[in-house]
Design a protein around this ligand. Sequence first.
Ligand code: MRU
Length: 349
Amino acid sequence: MIIPVEWTEEGVKMLDQRLLPTEEKWLMLKTFNDVADGIRDMVVRGAPAIGVSAAYGIAVGVKNFVGTNVEDLEEELDYICEVIGKTRPTAVNLFWAIDRMKRTFQKAKGEGKTITEIKQIMIQDAKDIHEEDIESQRLIAKFGGELLDDNSTVLTHCNAGALATGGVWGTALGVIRGAVDQGKTISVYADETRPYLQGARLTAWELLKDNIPVTLITDNMSGHVMKKGMIQAVVVGSDRIAANGDVANKIGTYMVAVLAKQHGIPFYVAAPLSTVDMNCPTGDDIPIEERDIREITHMKDIQLAPEGISVDNFAFDVTPNEIVDAIITEKGVARKPYTESLRKMFEEN
Ligand code: MRU
């Protein structure tokens, strides 16, 4: 069972995902700045895991506050949230967790709690966010698992596994684990996911650990395997889903979705409702992170491209809702039109 981030009395414990699959090393992050750096530098990554880590980062920052005045703690909280909020722009779970922790503070303050009580309440809420995330993935696994046929092969992109969430299941990999739990025989094609190689390094590592048959391919092989009839479904996660069902996910997802459409293969997105941004009307409103060009020009210290070459390194793309066959959440399976089906899920909340 993989749980990539944990609360401890000493600080926030994180599995350093930058070192996988060759090294399993845990870091102890003792300040909110350490946690912010951990999110920015990809020690932890994947939208739900980023949300859980942000909540723990805020909790550790509040815990470390040494003043005696609630107004000063509020000012510190705003600062902590500002720092954590500047780490990664696309994964909305980050901002969802910040909003929730701020609301928890306001409620406790409104109830006249002491600083010691507020610290305890905020630590508890971060732990609750983590637990709720794992429970959401369990339900996603159950609902999503039902969509997959026995004896099928699923293509997934990037890593939307336990590593990318609060742990245990994952979103896209949760769907696969759910189907396996339901007694189905499932095998997986994981694409490498250039340039950061989450598919090769993380998805392959996770599935091997679980003894789920997995075959690694390069990103440019997905069309070929689909055309050959080797893929029965595509399942991916998401960093932010707009109110109309447009899906932002790891760069290359759009390409895979178009290929799936071309070959009549169902394209499923698995994500908790904390990834759905009802304040973002369409995918055009989703901010797309651009990362260091060295991720493309170099492989560790090996230079792959000529010095001075112009490079774009978009970390995410947006798949339009019309080619998304279903969005699997902890509330069930949303289908088109997503504007209505997603809204309904929030109303039931
Ligand atoms: O840049 P990353 O590794 O944080 O990107 C991760 C993804 O794109 C995942 O597919 C997404 O966050 C869903 S994780 C359940």
